[in-house]
Design a protein around this ligand. Structure first.
Ligand code: PXP
Length: 244
């Protein structure tokens, strides 16, 4: 049984911070806590609209992450300039539409060859490993190979959203895609929409070496952490009252 790496995406810690414009909660502190708990790496998505992760986060994380540091970005100059300055271990190129709530589909690696080739080549020339976030589709996998990507990340969102026979089909497609990519020499990651409930079947796909999981971990952390946070607040209130 080979090791399956867990990269925790801490974007939504930053979502909470940006909602108030405070200094907390800090995705950097969250990243350290994740690594302390056994995460193999940290992932952040620097979106063009900077809705959660900021450039400061991307820079500071480079200084503190001990495992693999994976920066997700769109295939444009905005992300490229930051990536080349910061030099994370991996860059995952993702499609991005400003109005979307989250990354909705995979990259069209087959249809956007020229635009992607420029960014992939610039990153690889700088010694950064490049991953393309794509659907488990033969044409996309083959395009990732021909673009010279080191890795693909299979989009698990459709699998995560599907039910019944649809889910089984989506899982089978992930399995086939992962095997095809591995056999073509690519390292295979997967992610998006994974939860404690639906990760089990994806973790069973042998060709997948890494999972990137964010929203569900941060959401679960809010729930499991609330009791302790309430006790801490109560303790501070009791101390205040005792001083009167
Ligand atoms: N992988 C990629 C390429 C992503 O864009 C995202 C979301 O930013 C994730 C994984 C994590 O998805 P989720 O937050 O649903 O776990």
């Amino acid at each position: 049984m080979s090791h399956l790496a867990l990269h925790v995406n801490v974007d939504h810690v930053a979502t909470l911070r940006q909602a108030r414009g405070t200094r907390y909660p800090d995705p950097v502190e969250a990243a350290l806590a994740c690594e302390r708990a056994g995460a193999d790496g940290i992932t952040v998505h620097l979106r063009e609209d900077r809705r959660h992760i900021q450039e400061r986060d991307v820079r500071v994380l480079k200084e503190v992450v001990r495992g693999t540091y994976n920066l997700e970005m769109a295939a444009g100059d905005d992300g490229l300039v930051v990536a080349l300055a910061v030099r994370p271990d991996h860059v995952t190129i993702v499609p991005e539409r400003r109005e979307e709530r989250t990354t909705e589909g995979g990259l069209d690696a087959a249809g956007q060859r020229a635009a992607l080739a420029r960014v992939v080549d610039a990153l690889r020339d700088a010694g950064i490993r490049v991953s393309l976030f794509i659907a488990a589709d033969d044409a996309q996998i083959d395009a990732a190979v021909s673009l010279g990507a080191d890795q693909i990340e299979l989009h698990t969102g459709e699998y995560a959203d599907a039910i019944g026979a649809h889910r089984r089909e989506a899982l089978a497609a992930l399995r086939r895609g992962a095997a095809r990519a591995r056999d073509a020499g690519l390292r295979v990651a997967a992610g998006h929409g994974l939860t404690v409930a639906n990760v089990v079947d994806v973790a069973a796909i042998e060709a997948v070496e890494e999972l990137n999981i964010g929203h569900a971990i941060v959401a679960d952390a809010v729930i499991v952490g609330l009791a302790e946070a309430v006790r801490a607040m109560r303790g501070a209130m009791v101390r205040g009252r005792a001083a009167t």
